[in-house]
Ligand binder design. Structure first.
Ligand code: 13P
Ligand code: SF4
Length: 307
């Protein structure tokens, strides 16, 4: 795409957003060009909060399916569009309705905490949702000795390590993007950049998390990079975070831990897709109203805890 084509597409999107009273929400793993038309860019928690409180008529979600679905559940009267329907999440697909029911029946009478990276069906079987930004706070707020945590075994394990008095029983799901990152990748980078701070997402394997100077969600990592006095950072999460940090803080150095830390699902959407989606009002995300009602309570509890 030439610069002129890109400029034209951006102008068309901005015009359509005004005409249709639409907003664009973008996750920070998206292709960085999307930020040029986004109203809000951030992690899953921040975007859910924006989806819950917007008075726009249309929400274009530049992210993956579960994010758009969560936005629809929080704002059922709005039209929610996902510019590319191919954008799924492999972790969310690791547990379905039957599997969560089986997991619960194996461990009866224990409240279920559901990572927001999950389907509406799975949320509807859960007591409360969380994101990587608030998982520890959410579990702590429940004041119980034991919880079931789905679907991310690594985030659940991390929460259990932070809250020694809560037993966290995890479902064996995981994020393939973060699991591709190995402890050796960090050690190798540390040899190259011995003074670098290591900032790690809690979806990573626990042996990777052990090597962190700081653990946080995507925007948690970005905030830490902004506020830290260090000059070099090894970023142990998805590429999109590095691209945004390089753009926003040109005086600091950001090193992606491994070229494998790229989520293909997050890269489907380009500016053209946002334009097509807004023009044709495609691809609309719908959630069965009965299911949406059941999935709303655990999501709302999570958003409420943080507002
Ligand atoms: P956060 O947005 O909570 O950092 O989660 C990262 C992620 O994997 C989203 O799919
Ligand atoms: Fe799903 Fe992992 Fe991609 Fe996030 S990074 S969308 S959890 S596969």
């Amino acid at each position: 795409m030439t610069t002129k084509d890109k400029k034209e597409i951006i102008e068309k999107i901005q015009k359509l957003k005004k005409e249709k009273n639409a907003i664009v929400l973008a996750h920070c793993y998206q292709n960085v060009e999307i930020d040029e038309v986004a109203d809000f860019v951030g992690d899953s928690l921040y975007l859910s909060q924006q989806a819950a409180k917007t008075d726009a008529d249309i929400i274009v979600f530049a992210g993956v399916y579960f994010m758009a679905e969560t936005a629809k559940i929080l704002s059922p009267d709005k039209k929610v569009l996902l510019p590319r329907l191919e954008a799924g999440c492999q972790m969310a697909d690791m547990i379905n309705l039957q599997q969560i029911r089986e997991f619960k029946s194996k461990h009866p009478n224990i409240p279920v905490v559901c990572y927001v990276n999950s389907t509406a069906e799975v949320k509807s079987e859960s007591d409360i949702c969380c994101t990587s930004a608030n998982a520890v706070k959410v579990v702590k707020s429940m004041n119980v000795p034991k919880v079931l945590f789905v679907p991310d075994t690594y985030l659940g394990t991390y929460v259990g390590e932070q809250l020694k008095d809560v037993e966290v029983i995890t479902y064996p799901g995981y994020c393939p993007t973060h699991l591709r990152i190995r402890p050796e990748d960090i050690l190798e980078r540390k040899k190259q950049y011995p003074d670098a701070e290591v900032l790690v997402h809690p979806e990573c394997h626990k042996e990777v998390v052990k090597l962190a100077d700081f653990v946080g969600s995507t925007t948690g990592i970005m905030k830490r990079a902004k506020e830290s006095s260090a000059k070099t950072f090894i970023i142990v999460t998805e590429l999109g975070v590095v691209e945004r940090l390089e753009r926003d803080f040109p005086d600091k150095k950001f090193v992606l831990v491994s070229p494998k830390a790229v989520c293909a699902n997050m890269k489907w959407i380009h500016l053209e897709d946002i334009l097509n989606s807004l023009e044709a009002e495609q691809h609309e995300i719908d959630v069965d109203p009965e299911l949406a009602k059941r999935a709303y309570a655990p999501i709302e509890k999570m958003v409420g805890i943080n507002s």
